[in-house]
Write a protein that binds this ligand. Structure first.
Ligand SMILES: *Cc1c(COP(=O)(O)O)cnc(C)c1O
Length: 404
């Protein structure tokens, strides 16, 4: 893949330098449309999970498609408002934050989602029935690719345990809290449709205890293809079964409700490429290393989650394939990919790492005092710089050199 919307990626690297994140705006719009068309039988509200890719131009693009936003911090809520979202279009789903932060979010006017009983109690004491809130349930189900990204099992810190329903109902009744919705989000990279359906069932069993609901929020966690032979969540099957179950529940509940989904990865992952330049090709007796001008400071998923991300040499696409270990320049083991078949790599070539839109830049850091990369969005056939590459001044900005 050498172009996005006809824009040549090697030219983009020449213009903006490397390492570089490049996003295809069309792909993001297509994915939003795809989800919408799959869930067309229910009143759907999509809330883009901002944490997956937080750049303000991406938030604006998402806003322009008429969908809402899911945020996990007050900072993300403020970014969303800056990008043009109305507070009521933003759903605030934090975990283990202070009650002071929840109060800030209430003052902003965003929809509140509470994930533990002590804070719910405080919320009820403070606001009574005057501010509505949603509750996040932990369905006690193991989901997703691995335990780092599974967040709905019994030992997970997320959500109010489904086993604590009695306590939950007691707190709500005591303070006459206006429960607007019930929420579940069991993790990321969930392939198995049954996991979604099982946690939906747990949520329905809890939801029926609250009489003034406006929505049920099924979170996200859709698996996407990172590997060419990978499987993604079967959206056809999931959407049919989840809509059926949801409509049946609404029937029993006696009132039509909205279905909320909070997709992150499925909307932006595929839209993004991470482009890095080859500094050195190093032939050791056992392995040939390709060292690039980046590391886990810029893209941490392969090292943090052992995630596979496809790599391609876009500078020499027609050459014979060889096996390489693609590594970074950080003084730690930072392997982007082992034993990868790439068209022959030469120093100066540009490697494209695929599926870098979600949890790429948003998890980047300044480790080794490296500057974070620039970001470019290809929009209507033109490459737009949407974040400047950092400078050394950015790294020094908040540091104070005391007199010694
Ligand atoms: C991270 C997160 C999401 C998005 O998950 P994806 O796997 O990126 O789709 C949705 N909801 C909540 C509450 C989250 O924390």
């Amino acid at each position: 893949m050498n172009t996005i919307q006809g824009v040549n990626l090697l030219d983009v690297c020449k213009e903006f330098g490397t390492p570089l994140y490049v996003y295809d705006a069309d792909k993001i719009v297509q994915q939003i449309d795809k989800l919408r068309s799959h869930f067309s039988r229910v009143p759907l509200q999509l809330k883009y999970a901002a944490k997956s890719l937080t750049n303000i131009s991406v938030l604006k693009l998402v806003k322009a498609q008429g969908i809402g936003l899911d945020v996990v911090s007050v900072e993300e809520a403020l970014l969303g408002i800056k990008a043009g979202f109305a507070p009521e279009e933003i759903s605030y789903t934090p975990n283990c934050v202070s009650f002071e932060e929840i109060q800030e979010a209430v003052a902003l006017g965003v929809a509140i989602n509470i994930d533990n009983l002590p804070i719910l109690e405080e919320f009820g004491k403070t606001y009574g029935s005057s501010v509505a809130c949603c509750v996040r349930i932990n369905p006690n189900i193991m989901a997703g690719g691995n335990t780092k990204i599974s967040v709905g099992h019994s030992f997970s810190k997320f959500g109010i345990s489904a086993l604590q329903l009695d306590e939950l109902v007691a707190v709500v009744e005591k303070h006459e809290i206006d429960i607007s919705g019930v929420h579940v989000h069991t993790g990321s990279d969930i392939l198995d449709v049954d996991v979604f359906l099982k946690s939906a069932q747990v949520v329905f069993d809890i939801a029926k205890h609250f009489s003034n609901l406006r929505f049920i929020d099924f979170g996200s966690g859709f698996k996407i293809n990172y590997h060419q032979e990978d499987k993604s969540t079967n959206l056809d099957e999931l959407s049919e079964k989840l809509q059926d179950a949801f409509l049946k529940f609404c029937d029993e509940y006696g009132k039509p409700l909205e279905m909320w989904l909070e997709p992150g990865k499925i909307l932006v992952s595929e839209s993004g490429l991470f482009l890095a330049k080859v500094n050195v090709v190093k032939e050791n007796p056992q392995v040939t290393f390709v060292g690039v001008d980046s590391g886990f400071n810029h893209l941490i998923r392969p090292m943090f989650y052992d995630a596979y991300q496809h790599i391609e040499n876009i500078s020499n696409p027609d050459a014979a394939k060889k096996k390489y270990n693609v590594v970074g320049y950080i003084c730690e083991t930072d392997t982007f990919g082992s034993e990868r078949e790439l068209s022959e790599v030469r120093s100066g070539d540009i490697l494209a790492i695929h599926n870098a839109g979600a949890y790429g830049f948003s998890m980047a850091s300044n480790y080794n005092s490296r500057r974070r990369p620039a970001e470019v969005m290809v929009y209507k056939g033109k490459a737009h710089l949407i974040r400047q590459r950092e400078t050394l001044d950015d790294i020094l900005k908040n540091q104070i050199a005391i007199d010694l």
